[in-house]
Ligand binder design. Structure first.
Ligand code: HAM
Length: 412
């Protein structure tokens, strides 16, 4: 019986896992600099945490959630995103008593999308969230973190930062009405999918994946013209700080993001190098969300980045790990070679015992795995109570006593 993995999932090992670990290491270091604390939450939550807050008309809620009934009848969902679980956790654990609360997390998310390059059904996200401030520098601090993070991991990238403002809830309501009117006038030119959203949530039409909708959308009224004076001021402030920190950006007035909880600033970091799944990082402000989820009426802002997409753009530099292999003529010399093995591990030197008591096979394995040294053991070495140590980088070879092994390997 050959059991296959589930469509849209993938195993992480070898160089991919190495990249994942580098991302984790970098993100921990960056979080320390900006003082965000890590949080790990369960991968499943009560369905209601997602269904309303993300938007009943959003693709995530309509089509992509892994939802099931638990044996006691509770509806449970594998988390499709991390912002709402983080808010739930911050409320449950009283983390919102001292504000701002700056937290980050990394872990798997689940969305039943059509798998393709850069799109999985189980994928990893990094999330940074700042709960409790409406200072517009909060979004810029978060964007700084995102930009630093991408620049560290992907030098010479060609990403771009797009920004927009959705304004406050009054702006959004006004805009939605105007947009509905416009879309209703052009209803026949829209896909069936978009037609169903015109009255319930017209913003989601701007997010369409149907190419036939693009013509209508390009002529739709622009949100920026509906912003209230105070919303416009906030947006101008964000742009001011971006300039002060030399962060290049492009305004994209059609940027609305795929989830319903956003207001004011929204942003995305995109790349030209990944094909259609080109968004590396997406986020924005969500001022009413914490209250909706049962917390106090405090604002919030954050972003999430797709780990797999970032990994696809990373290049690994070959690290020269000091690893010692063994090449043993035959099993007769195994115990004598193990004496050297014992000394090496006692001195914390990385060893690779290949379980092949065959000189030729072992030497080719050492080359294949890019070992630093190989210790050769055969008749001659055994007779002289010595070991041959070959440096595979320089080709130098020495016959030494066990006492001299460590010094030779560490200093060579
Ligand atoms: P999102 O735009 O749905 O936002 O996802 C953020 C990022 O996760 C995307 O830009 C992409 O890199 C990655 N991603 C999403 N779906 C997939 C997938 N199926 N396969 C691989 N990568 C994927 C959110 O999730 C919001 N919670 C972001 C946020 C945080 N807003 C405020 N705080």
């Amino acid at each position: 019986m050959k059991i296959k993995s589930i469509r849209g999932t993938h195993d992480l090992f070898g160089s991919e896992l190495e990249k994942y670990n580098i991302i984790k290491k970098n993100i921990n270091a960056i979080a320390k600099i900006y003082n965000f604390n890590e949080i790990i939450t369960p991968i499943f939550e009560n369905t209601e945490l997602f269904s309303k807050p993300l938007g009943e008309q959003s693709d995530v809620v309509l089509k992509q959630m892994y939802t099931f009934l638990d044996k006691n009848g509770d509806s449970i969902t594998l988390r499709p995103e991390y912002t709402t679980p983080m808010i739930r956790a911050a409320i449950s654990n009283n983390l919102l008593l001292s504000l701002p609360c700056k937290i980050f997390g990394i872990g798997p998310m689940f969305r039943r999308e059509r798998p393709q390059k850069g799109r999985y059904r189980q994928f990893n996200q990094i999330n940074f969230e700042n709960f409790g401030t409406d200072d517009t520098f909060a979004e810029v601090e978060l964007i700084l973190i995102a930009v630093n993070f991408i620049n560290q991991l992907i030098p010479n990238n060609n990403f771009r930062l797009n920004i927009n403002s959705l304004g406050d809830s009054n702006t959004l309501d006004l805009y939605k009405k105007e947009l509905s009117k416009f879309l209703n006038k052009n209803k026949k030119k829209l896909s069936l999918d978009s037609q169903t959203k015109i009255d319930s949530n017209p913003i989601r039409v701007l997010d369409t994946k149907h190419k036939e909708d693009r013509g209508v959308i390009s002529k739709a009224p622009s949100m920026i013209n509906f912003l209230s004076e105070s919303a416009l001021k906030k947006y101008e402030n964000v742009k001011k700080y971006l300039k002060e920190f030399n962060i290049e950006y492009k305004e994209d007035f059609s940027l609305v993001r795929g989830l319903d909880y956003y207001c004011h600033t929204v942003f995305e970091i995109k790349t030209n190098s990944l094909g259609s799944q080109d968004t590396l990082i997406g986020g924005g402000r969500y001022d009413g969300l914490i209250k909706t989820l049962g917390g106090n009426n405090i604002p919030g802002v954050g972003w999430a980045g797709g780990v797999e997409r970032i990994m696809m753009l990373m290049k690994l530099t070959k690290e020269n790990n000091l690893t010692v292999h063994f090449a043993i003529l035959n099993e007769k010399f195994k115990d004598y070679a193990l004496k050297a093995y014992k000394i090496l591990i006692e001195n914390d030197i990385s060893v690779y015992w290949n379980f092949k008591y065959n000189l030729k096979k072992s030497l080719s394995k050492s080359n294949e795995l890019n070992a630093s040294f190989v210790i050769i053991v055969g008749d001659e070495e055994y007779k002289n109570k010595k070991y041959t140590v070959k440096n595979l980088k320089t080709g130098n070879q020495n016959l030494v006593k066990i006492k001299e092994l460590i010094k030779l390997i560490k200093n060579d």
